[in-house]
Each structure stands twice: as structure tokens, then as C-alpha cells.
Design a protein around this ligand. Structure first.
Ligand code: FBP
Length: 550
């Protein structure tokens, strides 16, 4: 049977993403700026990256024919969580390589960085690429979360890249994967391997951004997809007038997705992890804040509402953070032993002998499934927070408190909560026009950096709140974005995560309005992403980006 595609997919396949003028010119050059320094810990990072530290910022401009037109062999890998637009990065890379020399070839490593280590790849020809233009997902070559870190993994990558004769490798990933790109670039250069390594900033979490990288791709589409769903829930809430919806939103560390969705939909309660951390708010205080709004709305006859909570919240509640850090140190030391214990209760028993008294108390107060998740780390040392059901924990605690208040005659609120988690629903949506253009431009620019022989760079496209005619592209040295962070109890170089800036415009606009949104109903219903139609409906950037760049 023929593979069937939807009517939208068919129409979308012919969308031609827009490119910044310098890339459209067909003749591009690389302009290098002044040497750079890492975000912090300069001396230590310089020692760890002696061959690639301090490289200059690169800008792509209309050119002078100085870039290589020799046929190139390039590999590409998709790393970490899916984000809308990954396929367009590959399409842009492919088109740029072919435009420079039709003999150039592109290879996709399969299932993430593990594919480079194992030498698993497939050639990406135009018939493969054309099937995936402007589609969501990473299914063209799949993704994975392996970390290229151990000496034997680095050596295996080098051997495979050399055997394939690759001139360049493009690693599409978030902060951890772009850190991987820096580590691999340094290693290859130290070993005189000619393969250039270029990273592409991807993550729906929106936390890989800085002065050079204005946004990570996928954030736009994912946040708009969740906002559509939240808007629908708000309509349902005002129609049924009987449910409180507790919605947890993806975003492992930073609350950008939650903040963006709040700006787009005006829910009654939004928790922002960074504010919780800055104010040192405890879990009990968070519960009190929620209960207060539930009770006040009930008194006004509104036994319904919508609450947004970021996935990363628990790591930002001060006593939880201390407990999670202690667990990470224990895992760094005793993970094997803990895994060898026959059941969860024995693990808890052992942990109680290792954690400080305060942390043991916090850990013991949690339900067993959450305790269990907190003992897991991915290959980058992160807690898999997408599995921590914070929305249910909050529902339980708020329900308990309201029950008590009712028994004491302090409220007659009817609290019927429903829980939701929006994460995977948005990561593979068809990229919005913004993400389709942005990712295609990133891929196209990555090819130029490789043609220029640059390595250890993350590609950037800037000025993105302006029309594409004013976009600019270039490369940011990865070491410029590094700092040292504690992972599994050890200090390691990683790209500094951009958390929500409490002094920034997006948070301020939210903070100025939240009391009004709490008690009155100011819901906004953004509706689904539009791909065809007027620019103000189809091409608007996120509110976060618009406010940041205002
Ligand atoms: P990246 O940082 O790799 O882009 O992934 C982000 C993310 O979507 C987080 O928001 C979420 O916590 C995590 O991936 C979920 O990971 P997994 O896909 O392994 O369940």
C-alpha cells in the first residue's frame, strides 16, 4: 500500500523556507571577529580546551568566493529530545552543500550520538530529504541521548569519521549536545583529524540562548502547540465551571515554556521555578499560594481554574535542590551498590543513612514513584523530570489543605482537580513558519561554516524578530558558552543554561498581570498554529522573543 500523507503535509511539503540575504546570495564568506573568553571559569576551561579555546566569533556575509567549492562529505546527527524543525536543519544543510557542489554527500548518523560511536549511518539523498521537508519529528534518522565522553567513545568516533572521510559533522542538540560538540571538536583537533564539528542550537525548553543565540529551535512551535491546548482547556473550564486543571509543562530546568504559555493564555495560576528559587519559597508556601487563590475564586462563585507548573519545579525548591544534589553525590559514589539492592524500601533505608537529616526528611515525604525517579540520571547526569508528576503532588497537597479548611468551616470551595502533562504532544508538531525558516537557515549556515573549515562552533541566526530579509547568520565558538557545573558530584564543562530572567521583560509583564488573571477570567485562546494566511497570524515570533528584543 502507498504511504499516505495528510492533506496538510502534502501542502506543507512545497513550502520553501526563507533564508537570510547573506545565505541567499549563493556566494558566502566567513568574517572572523576578535578572540573570545568562556562564560566563566576561564582558566579551567582554557586548560580543558587547549586547541579550540578562545576562537573568534564568525559572521557569514556576501562573499568573495573564498569558501571551498570542493565536493564535501558531511555527517549529521540529531541528539536529545525531539524539537520541531530538525528535519529542516538537515534539508538546509543538504541544499547548501549541493548548491556549493552537487557532488557533495550527506550522511545521517542513526539514533543520536551513539550512531557516531557505533558507525551506524545512512546516506541522505534527495528522495529521502524531500519526504521530510517541513515535517516535525526526528524520524528521518532518529535521536538518542548517548554522551560522547569516554576515551574509547571519542576514539571510536574518530575512527568512524576518518573511515568515512568526513569533512564535517553537524551535531543538532541542546546545551549538553553542543557541549559534546565542543569536546569532540577539541579531541579531533588534538588528534590531527580534519573533520570539523559544528553544533546547532535545539531544544523546546528554550534554555539554550545567550547574546549570540537568540533562541533554540523548536521552542516556538512547542510553546504554541501547548498554548493551543491550554486555551482549549480554559474554554472547557469556563464552560463546565466545575474543574481545576493542573497542567505541567515540559522544560527540564528553565520555565521558559511555562512563562511563554502563560503570556499566551493568561491562566489563573502560573508557577515559575526561577522565582521560587530566588525567593526561597518552600513547597508548603507554594501550596498556600494555590489554596488562597482556589478559596478566593470559590468565594466569588468560581470553582474552576487553570494552573501551569513547569516540569523543573522540584529542582528549584531550595530544600529539594539540596536533597537532589546530595542524591547526585551519593549516586556518583554508590550507584552500583544502590542498583544491587533488591527493592525500593532497602534503597530508601540505605539513603537515610547517607542523606543529611533535612534531606532525608524531604525525600521521605515524597510518594514512592517520585522517590524512585529521583534516583535516576540520564547519560548527562540530569534527573528525568518529565517523569516526576509534580502536578499530582500539588493536587494531593492542595486537596488535603482544602479538606482541612472545609472541616474547620473556613471555606466551602468545591475543588475537583484534573491533571495534565503537556510535553511529548508538542515536540514533534509540524514546525511553525518561524521554526521552518529558522531551522532551514541554521542548517544552511552550518554548511557554510564547514566550507570555511571552522570547528568547535555553534551556528547562529540572529535578528529573528525582524523579517527574514534582516536575519544574519554566523558561528559562536562553543567554548565561549561554557562554564563549570556539578554533575554526578563532579565539576564538568557545560554550556551555561539560560534560565528565566526575573528582571527580563517577559517575566515582568507576567508578574504585573498575574493577580488580575488569578481572580478574574482573562483567558486567551490562541488556537492552532496557522501555516497559511496573513503574516500576523502565521509568522509572529513567541511573546518571549518579541518582549526580549523590544
Ligand atoms: P533536550 O534538552 O534534549 O532538547 O530535551 C528536552 C526535553 O524535551 C525536556 O523538556 C524533557 O525533560 C526531556 O527532554 C525528556 O526527555 P526524554 O525524551 O528522554 O523523555
Amino acid at each position: 500500500m502507498d504511504c499516505q500523507i495528510s492533506a496538510l503535509q502534502k501542502a506543507r511539503a512545497s513550502y520553501q523556507p526563507k533564508l537570510p540575504p547573506a545565505l541567499r546570495a549563493g556566494n558566502v564568506k566567513v568574517v572572523l571577529g576578535a578572540p573570545t573568553e568562556s562564560a566563566s571559569d576561564q582558566e579551567e576551561i582554557k586548560k580543558l580546551f587547549p586547541h579550540t579555546y578562545g576562537q573568534p566569533v564568525a559572521t557569514l556575509a556576501e562573499g568573495d568566493g573564498s569558501l571551498s567549492t570542493a565536493p564535501l562529505k558531511v555527517g549529521v546527527v540529531l541528539s536529545g529530545g525531539q524539537a520541531p524543525g530538525g528535519h529542516n536543519v538537515i534539508a538546509g544543510l543538504f541544499d547548501a552543500l549541493k548548491a556549493a557542489n552537487p557532488e557533495s554527500r550527506l550522511f545521517g548518523f542513526l539514533k543520536g550520538p551513539g550512531g557516531i560511536i557505533k558507525g551506524k549511518y545512512k546516506e541522505l539523498t534527495s528522495d529521502v530529504i524531500d519526504r521530510y521537508r517541513n515535517t516535525g519529528g526526528f524520524d528521518m534518522i532518529m535521536s538518542g541521548r548517548d554522551k560522547i565522553e569516554k576515551p574509547e567513545d571519542l576514539a571510536a568516533c574518530k575512527a568512524n569519521l576518518e573511515q568515512m572521510g568526513l569533512d564535517g559533522l553537524v551535531i543538532v542538540g541542546g546545551d549538553d549536545s553542543n557541549t559534546n560538540a565542543a569536546v569532540l571538536a577539541e579531541y579531533l583537533r588534538a588528534q590531527d583529524c580534519p573533520t570539523c564539528v559544528i553544533g546547532v542550537p535545539k531544544t523546546i525548553d528554550g534554555d539554550m540562548k545567550n547574546e549570540q543565540i537568540e533562541t533554540s529551535f523548536g521552542f516556538d512551535t512547542a510553546a504554541k502547540t501547548y498554548s493551543e491546548l491550554i486555551g482549549n482547556i480554559e474554554r472547557d473550564a469556563t464552560s463546565a465551571v466545575k474543574y481545576w486543571h493542573f497542567v505541567r509543562l515540559m522544560g527540564r530546568a528553565a520555565s521558559h515554556v511555562t512563562l511563554e504559555c502563560a503570556l499566551q493564555t493568561h491562566p489563573n495560576i502560573t508557577l515559575i521555578s526561577e522565582e521560587v528559587q530566588a525567593k526561597g519559597t518552600t513547597l508548603a508556601e507554594i501550596v498556600d499560594y494555590i489554596v488562597d487563590i482556589v478559596v478566593k475564586r470559590a468565594a466569588a462563585g468560581k470553582n474552576y481554574g487553570v494552573l501551569l507548573v513547569p516540569e523543573g519545579l522540584v529542582e528549584f525548591i531550595p530544600d529539594f535542590k539540596v536533597m537532589i544534589d546530595e542524591l547526585s553525590t551519593i549516586l556518583g559514589r554508590d550507584e552500583q551498590y544502590l542498583r544491587s539492592l533488591p527493592d525500593h524500601s532497602e534503597r530508601v533505608q540505605y539513603l537515610n543513612t547517607q542523606l543529611s537529616a533535612e534531606s532525608a526528611q524531604v525525600y521521605n515525604s515524597l510518594p514512592a514513584p517520585i522517590q524512585d525517579v529521583l534516583l535516576t540520571r540520564d547519560s548527562h547526569g540530569n534527573v528525568p523530570l518529565s517523569q516526576v508528576e509534580t502536578e499530582r503532588l500539588l493536587i494531593d497537597l492542595v486537596s488535603d489543605k482544602i479538606r482541612l479548611m472545609k472541616a474547620r468551616g473556613e471555606t466551602n470551595a468545591k475543588f475537583s482537580p484534573l491533571s495534565h502533562f503537556f510535553g511529548y504532544e508538542g515536540r514533534c508538531a509540524a514546525p511553525s513558519n518561524f521554526d521552518a525558516d529558522y531551522t532551514y537557515s541554521l542548517g544552511y549556515a552550518a554548511a557554510q561554516l564547514i566550507r570555511g573549515g571552522l570547528t568547535g562552533y555553534t551556528v547562529n541566526v540572529q535578528n529573528v524578530t525582524k523579517p527574514v530579509d534582516q536575519w544574519k547568520a554566523g558561528g559562536t565558538p562553543v567554548t565561549m558558552m561554557l562554564n563549570l557545573e556539578k554533575r554526578k558530584g563532579k565539576m564538568v564543562p557545560v554550556i551555561k543554561k539560560a534560565l528565566v530572567d526575573l528582571d527580563g521583560k517577559p517575566f515582568k509583564v507576567f508578574a504585573e498581570n498575574r493577580d488580575k488573571w488569578a481572580l478574574e477570567d482573562h483567558y486567551i485562546f490562541p488556537g492552532p498554529i496557522q501555516y497559511f494566511g496573513p503574516a500576523e497570524v502565521c509568522d509572529a515570533p513567541t511573546m518571549t522573543l518579541a518582549l526580549e528584543k523590544k
